[in-house]
Design a protein around this ligand. Sequence first.
Ligand code: ADP
Length: 480
Amino acid sequence: MKILHVCAEFYPLIKTGGLADVTGALPKVLNKLGEQCRILIPGFPAIKSGIKDAQVVKNLDTFAGQATILFGYYNDMGIYIIDAPHLYNREGSPYHDIYQNAYADNYLRFALLGWIASELACGLDYYWQPDIVHSHDWHAGLTCVYLNLKQSYHHAKSIFTIHNLAYYGNFDHYHLHQIQIPESFYHIDGLEYYGQISYLKAGLYYSDHITTVSPTYAKEITTAKLGNGFDGLLQTRAQQHRLTGILNGIDDDVWNSTKDTLIATRYNKRNLRNKKTNKYFLQIEFDLDINNKQPLFCVISRLTKQKGLDLVLSLLPEILDRGGQFILLGSGDDDLHQAFSKVANHHQYKNNMAIYYGYNEELSHRIIAGADILMMPSRFEPCGLTQLYALKYGTLPLVHRTGGLADTVIDSTIENLDNKTATGFSFIDCNQDGLRYAVNRAFELWQTHQTWRILQQRAMSQPFSWHDSAKQYQQLYYAI
Ligand code: ADP
């Protein structure tokens, strides 16, 4: 089957979060399972410089100006690139400028992405037409509208995956005409969302099937609490069996402690002494006190309200006073950055806490390999990949029990320790007391070396492979 993945991120060329990890892995694994996936992505500088020998498929005059469709390969993955420098030739984030301001023409930049996807379904590339057009997040949401508009010209089915329901892609209604969508689509039963056009809702409403990235999040988004106003629509789609939660997996080519060339010493679950060596080098790198007595907590995250880092911040002095160490790798909200810096600069904590503000892929591997505990107290979490990587590296996750975190981390309660299922720590009440409850238990278990090691080994044995998840997508493609 021919499957076109439509997206704005692709690991390793352009990444701001988990979306890139998914589009970098899922199509690759589907191809191994016998499918023929290709990717469509805007021609951001990193994409054009990463895919050197792309050939011209077609020159087009579109509602968003001139665009050339190129096709090339990255590590055997076929990629269509929309080369439109006036829209995409901007360094850094795909979505905003260096001051975090969303680009004013995002409505046009991502409408073109959806429109080209629909053109590919209609035969833009004479030699390759998709049977499934699988679009990801709001950036690609209009794909489903354009496919709907052109339904007599193609046979493709559309899938829309929600990686995060909190990003709506909302734009002014008056853009509709420019992006060539009829006024009749601007309706509550359509892409209208509180007086604006929502590219996310376009995907939710017009796709043949919706998926999201964990079974628990698939249920949560049908509730008023986490549905962001889309819960009614999502309930309807769930009742029609058009909403499925499929857990993300781990790309074994990228996150594998036995082969990882980015870490100081490779290790497996029978050789956890080498993990301690990674901790040693991490402590040196960050100028922390060097020992293995203190549990080393870490956070690797976008700094946003979603991730619950204000809770971490509020408990940080307690963690450090109790003898914990802490490393933060993150980028985003400047207020959070300043607040963490303030604690880190406190003379009392200097040797036990460090932060790196920015995005650094290589460092993220070193931290996951060297730390003992990964904190992820997200208020909501569609799937979360960082906790999966942590599990795989024997770094016990400490998480709020929500979304994909609830599906992947099994709390170290007495019962779960007894029945040999525990893999980390989780808490239910998303507040300081809830987090403290989990942190206390982490400190207690840290004292019992043997139990800790058993937990690490169990965490490292968890089966979160892309193979199983890709099989579920494959079944869905054939079923719709
Ligand atoms: P989200 O997609 O909401 O950001 P996920 O946990 O699903 O959260 O995915 C985040 C991805 O981005 C993971 O691969 C994580 O390791 C990576 N990541 C997040 N922040 C950073 C950072 N500052 N430096 C390097 N990698 C980061």
